[in-house]
Design a protein around this ligand. Structure first.
Ligand code: NOJ
Ligand code: CA
Length: 539
């Protein structure tokens, strides 16, 4: 499966920072983060080694799902600022050589959107078929929401009940269900064009691309994925022609399919391909419970082979045509700091920032922000998401410097523990997690073998065993990365190397005795080396 083009060149050394705008930095004291707040923090973000931003949705919305329920796709929500503020943010980022990607909620709108309000009317109108409606209120169709309008039918939601699915058609409509429209239907084609208009509007204003929400959910009745492929390639071809630098990042978690459909980056996260949750666990794969048997586990109960089989299958199928991202976290699952110590995060980041593909840092992960337990759900965040979305901790001022509002007015409570990490405190400490994050990203830039495009090969990866050692390689340059997430000291023999230069390590050593290389690791440790003259591998 060929992509229509190689990904834009700027992705070769891109590092993203994900901002949940309502919790980042509040400049007008209303308790909610805003676009001027992001502008004010651009220098900080750049100081991490970050080259691009992804902002969660910033558009007009009733905020039933934190902005993933849009009621005007062409307008920044007043609580974040104005379209001009966004234009200014893009210009300020560009001035620093950084890019800005927005969230494209392609699959649905809010049920308050004027298109849906018109669609829900019993009288036939321009928007009647813009959403997926059954032909009678008595039709029982799995998932259909019935009895919510005067229109005689039920609509299919894409996620929550107030997020009706926009109609991208059925790839193979069921002849017995006349309401399933083919992808060639004029209303479906109009929805397609509208999405293009939305993208064009923001690209013309200064955006550099989009993270596409639920990218795999658009076309229905599409078992083999041909309909989705056709849809996304339609957008990709248009972008290639008119906006060749624009990137498309998918929330799909199936890189082979996503990149084959024209996406430049796909996240491997908490659904579909098991690689990510076998590595880190996300509390979703066990139906909202907490996963056991993940690789990054002090008890050492994980199995790296399970991570690798899924990861390598996707890596080999997509290399050179697109990138896989294993993000530090995101707004949909608990921060990895939950149940872990800061030292564990160091080992996790040593791996995540030395893997192929495009790194994504979720705001606050660079200082090890905690997952705050037992908070009341906010804007549809519910279990496992709320504690991940709390205000950024900047300094020791009121509300950790996030906002001057009275604490009761904040979007979500701030981590108020005296020991809560802040940017200001970690700035002053060369050994802080923040400064480790910076050093790892510097290494990634200085040693392109560790970067986005370098090859990846396990050097020591045994079933149900630790540590994991892998090689990154580019144009003859090689680096080895070793991680030991367990609370056990480990020693293993690796293939011979002519030389090894330590680039960064936490209690790990490589020593050469004759033809043998010995890796010695203390509990919860990692090491990164530039190596010369290796042969073979110990799989
Ligand atoms: C995925 C988003 O990341 C999540 O936050 C949202 O609730 C759903 N899609 C629905 O848009
Ligand atoms: Ca504000």
């Amino acid at each position: 499966m060929k992509n229509t083009h190689p990904p834009p060149a700027w992705l070769k050394d891109a590092v993203f920072y994900q901002i949940y705008p309502q919790s980042f930095y509040d400049t007008n004291g209303d308790g909610i983060g805003d676009l001027p707040g992001i502008i004010a923090k651009l220098d900080y973000i750049q100081s991490l080694g970050v080259t691009a931003l992804w902002l969660n949705p910033i558009f007009t919305s009733p905020f039933g799902d934190a902005g993933y329920d849009i009621s005007d796709f062409y307008q920044v929500a007043p609580r974040y600022g104005t379209n001009r503020d966004l234009q200014r943010l893009c210009a300020e980022a560009h001035r620093r050589g950084m890019r800005v990607c927005l969230d494209l909620v392609a699959g649905h709108s809010s049920n308050q959107h004027p298109w849906f309000l018109a669609s829900a009317k019993p009288e036939k109108n321009k928007y009647s078929d813009w959403y997926v409606w059954t032909d009678s209120a008595w039709t029982s169709e799995t998932g259909a929401v019935r009895g919510c309008s005067e229109r005689d039918g039920g609509y299919l939601p894409n996620f929550f009940c107030f997020q009706p699915a926009l109609n991208y058609g059925h790839a193979k409509p069921d002849p017995k269900k006349k309401w399933q429209l083919p992808v060639t239907h004029p209303a479906v084609q109009a929805v397609r064009r509208e999405l293009k208009n939305i993208m064009k509007f923001w690209l013309d204003l200064g955006a550099d691309g989009f993270r596409v929400d639920m990218a795999s959910s658009l076309v229905r009745g599409d078992a083999d994925g041909a309909g989705l492929r056709e849809l996304w390639r339609f957008y990709r071809q248009w972008l290639d022609r008119d906006y060749p630098e624009a990137v498309l990042i998918s929330e799909w978690s199936n890189p082979r399919r996503a990149i084959g459909s024209g996406f430049d980056i796909d996240f491997m996260i908490h659904f579909n391909e098991p690689a990510y949750y076998k590595l880190l666990g996300t509390a979703w794969e066990a139906g909202g419970g907490v996963a056991t048997q993940v690789f990054f586990d002090r008890q050492g109960r994980g199995d790296v082979a399970e991570f690798l089989s899924s990861y390598l299958r996707n890596f080999r199928a997509t290399r050179g045509r697109g990138y896989i991202s294993l993000p530090t976290g995101n707004h949909d699952f608990p921060r990895h700091s939950r149940g872990r110590a800061e030292r564990d995060l160091r080992v996790i980041y040593a791996m995540l920032f030395t893997m192929p593909g495009v790194p994504f840092i979720y705001y606050g992960d660079e200082i090890g922000m905690k997952y705050l337990e037992n908070l009341t759900s906010k804007e549809g965040s519910y279990q496992n998401r709320t504690g991940t979305r709390t205000p950024m901790q900047w300094d020791s001022a009121r509300n950790a410097g996030f906002s001057t509002a009275p604490p009761a007015k904040l979007y979500l409570p701030v981590d108020g523990r005296a020991a809560a990490p802040t940017v200001a405190r970690q700035e002053r400490d060369p050994q802080s997690l923040l400064n480790l994050t910076r050093r790892l990203l510097v290494l990634r830039r200085r040693h392109p073998a560790l970067g986005n495009t370098g090859d990846f090969r396990p050097v020591y990866a045994k079933k149900k065993s630790y540590p994991l050692v892998y090689e990154r390689r580019l144009n003859g340059a090689r680096c080895w990365v070793a991680v030991n997430p367990t609370n056990r000291p480990l020693q293993v023999t690796l293939p011979a190397v002519a030389g090894a230069e330590k680039l960064e390590a936490l209690d790990a050593d490589l020593t050469k005795r004759g033809t043998k290389t010995t890796l010695t690791m203390k509990p919860v440790s990692f090491g990164i080396w530039s190596v010369a003259g290796t042969r073979g591998s110990a799989h």
